[in-house]
Design a protein. Structure first.
Length: 288
């Protein structure tokens, strides 16, 4: 780890790269963990990988050695320029460096026309986790697999089960099966962040859609409208949140919950994704 730390510091000094906490720039300096990320991604020679925040390119090089193509999207101008310089100097032909904001990036045009399959590997900035997941899980083309380095607390929330569910957990588990691969102590990064991290593997249920209408279709939008209403007021019973959000009487919602096999006192965090699907089917008639 000390060798990688020395390399990282030297590169940053030579190219006047100053890691910015606001951009989540904490460079991983443990090569064994890089290898575990690569292993978790189940890489094949025919794969296309979208890497977000490639930084100094240590993971990029490992990915490029195993797959057909790496699309490396880096927001920071200096880091993108450094990575492009390295790609050019070593004549690496299967890495495309893109200096852009991942939240406004469209991957479709960068994928092979005949095959819109890809995987995502990323040491993701903590402050964009929720919006990033919502964007890439709900819009086509969906990745078939994501391996992400996230804040440990966020990863724990994503894999939660009842009675610890949240909108984030429902949002991910609706589309995919998440699992924590391992935790990563803060000392494995430079500069050292204030919190520990975790590697999480998110495998989509299928290559197609979570609903018949397709990812991001009307069924999905209405489903998450119900979920948001259900979680709208913490610690309140689900029937009260739904009654307020759908403009229905609490007794009507209590009976509907009972008819579906739920307690009238159930709370949003008590429901699994399958429970939400069941409830959504019953509530669709009351939605505009």
């Amino acid at each position: 780890m000390s060798d990688l730390l020395a390399q990282t510091r030297d590169i940053c000094r030579l190219f006047e790269i100053k890691p910015a906490r606001s951009k989540g720039q904490n460079f991983l300096i443990n090569e064994k963990i890089y290898d575990q990320i690569v292993e978790a991604a189940d890489l094949q020679p025919t794969d296309t990988v979208l890497e977000i925040g490639p930084g100094l390119g240590f993971l990029t090089a490992k990915l490029a050695a195993r797959v057909r193509k790496v699309i490396a999207v880096e927001l920071d101008d200096k880091l993108a320029a450094y990575l492009q310089m390295g790609v050019d100097a070593q004549d690496v032909e299967n890495v495309e460096v893109i200096n852009a904001d991942i939240l406004s990036f469209t991957i479709g045009p960068h994928l092979p026309a005949a095959e819109q399959r890809y995987k995502i590997v990323a040491n993701l900035p903590y402050n964009i986790t929720s919006i990033f997941l919502r964007r890439f899980l709900s819009l086509a083309p969906q990745p078939e697999l994501l391996v992400l380095m996230l804040q440990k607390e966020v990863a724990t929330r994503i894999v939660a089960a009842p009675p610890e569910m949240s909108i984030l957990a429902v949002s991910v588990q609706y589309y995919a099966e998440p699992e924590i691969v391992r935790t990563v102590k803060a000392g494995n990064f430079w500069p050292e962040p204030e919190v520990d991290s975790a590697i999480i593997k998110i495998r989509l249920h299928q290559a197609g859609a979570a609903s018949a209408a397709g990812p991001g279709g009307q069924d999905d939008k209405k489903f998450f409208q119900i979920v948001r209403i259900g979680f709208s007021a913490k610690r309140k019973m689900l029937k009260n949140n739904l009654a307020a959000g759908l403009k229905l009487g609490a007794p009507i919602l209590a009976k509907l919950l009972t008819d579906q096999g739920f307690s009238p006192k159930v709370r949003a965090e008590d429901l699994s994704v399958q429970d939400w699907r069941k409830l959504f089917a019953a509530l669709r008639l009351f939605m505009v």
